[in-house]
Design a protein around this ligand. Structure first.
Ligand code: AP5
Ligand code: MG
Ligand code: ZN
Length: 215
């Protein structure tokens, strides 16, 4: 199955993707995770991406589309994948369509997780992420059973540098200005399914599985 999971920063894309890729055994393609890895490794692409991520701005389309194209051409993506955080502009969505046409595959479903803006700020400023395995927690809504250590692998948890109130505000504005238009874009293609994201993590997961079971 070829799926896009979209929604504003903090909607729960990564959290839900973690469950879905385990349940469905499909590759998880998160452009945010790919950029963070490149930043950590200090590659030239990472250095370029970092300038934008720190400000809560989008990394330029040619860089982003390039890494997605490369990833989608790998063998494990020929049957199924879950895209998380890509596309984020209409131009990226058009590029994705061309990439998929060139490898002769089509999308099955686009899941849009809907959460109100106030909720998003709280989710992002309280988020903690495992340094080693990437598991996502929240100090109040989804704390690790092992305090400031990951309950999956025992590694330390950290706060993402773009999860400050100021950068989150920029990211939410950028979402409204540049990404929200994709809701209409995929509605027009008959692929979009809205999921209420204000429920518990497991309830949202159930809702998504219900939607995917019906496509
Ligand atoms: P990216 O990493 O994709 O960040 P984002 O879109 O801002 O989304 P987040 O990862 O912050 O949120 P999420 O929806 O995954 O929420 P999560 O599950 O973690 O991108 C980062 C940056 O990279 C961008 O700003 C940009 O610079 C660049 N970039 C990436 N892709 C790009 C692209 N395509 N083009 C250009 N630039 C790009 O959950 C958040 C918190 O809420 C967690 O603490 C979690 O525990 C909690 N939570 C989750 N679900 C629930 C629930 N149901 N109830 C209560 N709490 C919950
Ligand atoms: Mg994420
Ligand atoms: Zn971990």
């Amino acid at each position: 199955m070829k799926i896009i999971i979209m929604g504003p920063p903090g909607a729960g894309k990564g959290t839900q993707a973690e469950f879905l890729v385990k349940e469905m055994k499909i590759p998880h393609i998160s452009t945010g995770d790919m950029f963070r890895k490149a930043v950590k490794e200090g590659t030239s692409m990472g250095l370029e991406a970092k300038r934008y991520m720190e400000l809560g701005q989008l990394v330029p389309d040619h860089v982003t589309v390039g890494i997605v194209k490369e990833r989608l051409s790998e063998a494990d993506c020929s049957e199924s994948f879950l895209l998380d955080g890509f596309p984020r502009t209409v131009s990226q969505a058009d590029s994705l369509e061309k990439i998929l046409e060139s490898i002769d595959v089509g999308l099955d479903s686009v899941i849009n997780i809907v959460v109100n803006r106030e909720g998003l700020m709280k989710r992002l400023t309280g988020r903690r992420v495992c340094k080693s395995c990437g598991a996502t927690y929240h100090v109040l809504y989804n704390p690790s059973k092992d305090g400031d250590k990951c309950q999956e692998c025992g590694a330390e948890l950290y706060q993402r540098s773009d999860d400050t109130e100021e950068t989150v505000t920029n990211r939410l504005d950028v979402y409204e200005q540049q990404t929200a238009a994709l809701v209409e874009y995929y509605e027009g293609k008959g692929l979009l399914h809205h999921v209420v994201g204000d429920l518990s993590v497991m309830e949202v997961n159930k809702e998504i599985l219900k939607v995917l079971g019906s496509v």
